[in-house]
Every structure is written in C-alpha cells, then in structure tokens.
Design a protein around this ligand. Structure first.
Ligand SMILES: Nc1ncnc2c1ncn2[C@@H]1O[C@H](COP(=O)(O)OP(=O)(O)OP(=O)(O)O)[C@@H](O)[C@H]1O
Ligand SMILES: [Mg+2]
Length: 334
C-alpha cells in the first residue's frame, strides 16, 4: 500500500467571475486524503463544499476557476492537465456521486447499460465483458436479484436502489478517489444508514480514498478519519474526526457539535443529527469581510477579531488545527 496521499489540495482557491470582478468562493484550502481513508467536509450551505468537489473533478461551472494553489491526484496536477487527460482521470482514477440519483442517471437506458457504459468508456472493455462486470458491480452494491434488476430502468427502482446504482457506476472502474457529495440526503433515514455502510464496506475492499460531503454529523463520526470544517469558503478547523468532534476548538465547530451527544469510542453516537442552528447567516459571496467571517455570529468575539485579518489555520494539537484568535480551551485528559 502506497503511503503517498491519493489526493493533495495545496492552498486551493476558487473564484467566480462577476460583472464587478472576481469574487473568492474558496480560499486557501489544504488537505490530503490517503488511500483507504475518508475526509469529511462539513459546514453550512454555501460555504464552498460542492465547488471544492467540482474543482477536484475539473467540473467547475462556467464562471468559476481555480485561482490559486494546486490539486494533485497521485502527484499529478489536475488543474494543469489537458482536457483529454482530465476526462481520462475522471471515471478512471476519480469519480463522484451526487445527491440526487434521478437527475444523474439517464432515464432512457437500463441501469446495466449505464454501468457497462462507464466501463466501456474508461476501461476499453468489450460489450460482453462490460456487461459481466456491470452485473458484478450490481451485486457488490447489494442490489437484490441483480440479474433481473440489471435490465431495469432508473424509474423502476426505489431511491435507495438508484443511489446504489450510482455507487456502482462511480466505483465500476475502481477509482483511487471517490467524492460523495451529500449522497444520502434524498433518502429516508434507514436507507441512508445502509448506503453509508455500503460505502464503508466497498471502501475497505477497494482501499478507495473518500471525500464525504454531508450535513450528517453522525455519519461523519462513524465513517470519516478526518474532518475539515468550512465557513464562508475557508477551512476554520481541521483534524482527526474524533478529536475535532469531541473537543472542537473553533466556536463555529463547537456550535455545530452542540446537538451531537458525547461521542464514546466505538459508539455510533449521533448518526442522524444534523448541523445545529447557529443564529445568523453565512455572509454571501462578494460580501465576505477581510476579518473573521464568523465574528458577527460568534459568542467569543473580541476587539481583535474585528480589527485583525481572518487568522490562518494554526496547529493547536498534533491532529487539530484551528483558525481563530480566541479558540476554546482544550481539556487536559491525562
Ligand atoms: N452556478 C452558480 N453560480 C453562481 N454562484 C454559485 C453557483 N453555484 C454555487 N454558487 C455559489 O457558490 C458558493 C459556494 O457554493 P457551494 O455549492 O460550493 O456550497 P455548498 O457548501 O456545497 O453548500 P450546500 O451545503 O448548500 O450544498 C455559494 O455562495 C453559492 O451560492
Ligand atoms: Mg453542495
């Protein structure tokens, strides 16, 4: 097993062109994901999670661009890659599953055809070999009676089944990196748990590196090795999931964790808790201040927060970094 990270984001910034000039969307984001491990990106709506995912996949919508930093997939610069190289990377070495499988699946092809198509496009498999692998993948994602369902059209399947098909397509070519952007929000709670369990199991089998974007902090606690908390386009806290969830240092992270019961080792404490409501709103794009963007909602705000520029992330514990002038105190456990 290689010890080099599968993905490295090095000081990534993303900007959006507007009539009044470029506005930052994501700023100075750095993290890495190792083979077989999971990092969760969490934070309120609009903080830049999906744009980060789309930048990695080289699928940013028109008007957005990577304005700084690097994205390295197995040491290869994704942003600098030629268009044909980018297409080859997508599907083969990295893939993404989206929130709503009904819009991502093509209604006029059977699910078997759609999985086989991914294999034929990326792995040069013949028709027969691709069909056989498609059936294997449907079984791998635990679709009952896969031999029959392979001939089904997306509308003939339940939401949970469709999301399993999306996972089958995403993992068919055994990518090194899988990005799951809110993969379960369209599903009911029991099915959500099954989909997360399935992802974890397939990850173990294939040693996939996963970036999981979710509002489900219970799933984060359960699945993610590391977590990066985003606020208004910046990472404000980052580290090992258990450490960050048990002893958040940034007041924003602490606010998010309020409704998560104390996490005990090995106990799935809060699978279905969602991000807590913190009074106030994330500043919109183009109106982000140069001072800490959370200062207007923060209970620990000091005069320095209102005059000094947004502090960078600094390491406060071996596996925990925070961007705050007045972080919470770490409890001493010894
Ligand atoms: N197509 C678009 N055109 C202009 N602005 C956009 C577009 N898509 C997203 N944005 C803006 O870009 C910023 C980052 O959005 P992004 O989709 O990355 O947020 P997110 O963290 O994924 O939020 P959510 O939790 O709601 O999915 C937001 O301010 C959003 O309003
Ligand atoms: Mg999003």
């Amino acid at each position: 097993m290689s010890s080099d990270p599968v993905l490295v984001l090095d000081d990534l910034s993303i900007a959006l062109a507007t009539i009044s000039g470029e506005v930052p969307v994501v700023e100075h984001l750095s993290f890495s994901v190792a083979q077989g491990s999971t990092i969760a990106l969490v934070g309120e709506s609009g903080c830049g999670k999906s744009m980060t995912a789309l930048a990695i996949m080289n699928l940013l919508p028109q008007g957005f661009r990577c304005s700084g930093g690097r994205i390295l997939l197995e040491s290869e610069d994704v942003v600098a890659a030629t268009p044909s190289r980018r297409r080859a990377l997508r599907g083969n070495r990295m893939s993404m599953i989206f929130q709503e499988p009904m819009t991502a699946l093509n209604p006029v092809f059977t699910v078997g055809e759609q999985i086989a198509e991914a294999l034929r496009a990326h792995q040069n498999l013949g028709r027969r070999a691709a069909a056989a692998r498609a059936l294997d993948m449907l079984r791998a994602v635990q679709i009952p009676a896969a031999e029959n369902r392979i001939k089904a059209y997306p509308h003939q399947l339940s939401g949970g089944m469709r999301q399993r098909v999306m996972i089958a397509i995403a993992l068919a070519c055994r990518p090194k990196l899988l990005i799951a952007d809110e993969p379960t929000t369209a599903l009911d709670v029991t099915v959500q748990a099954q989909v997360f369990d399935l992802l974890a199991r397939l990850q173990e089998e294939m040693s996939t590196a996963i970036i999981l974007i979710t509002h489900d902090l219970g799933a984060v606690a359960d699945i993610a090795d590391d977590v990066a908390v985003l606020y208004a386009g910046r990472c404000i806290e980052q580290g090992a999931t258990r450490v960050v969830m048990e002893q958040p240092l940034h007041p924003y992270t602490a606010g998010l964790m309020v409704c998560v019961p104390h996490l005990q080792p090995g106990v799935m404490a809060a699978r279905h808790r969602l991000l807590a409501e913190i009074p106030g709103m994330v500043p919109p794009l183009g109106q982000r201040p140069t001072i800490c963007a959370f200062s207007d909602r923060c209970t620990r705000v000091g005069n320095d927060c209102l005059s000094e520029p947004q502090p960078p992330l600094f390491t406060l514990a071996p596996t925990q970094a925070v961007a705050c002038l007045h972080p919470l105190q770490r409890e001493t456990t010894a």
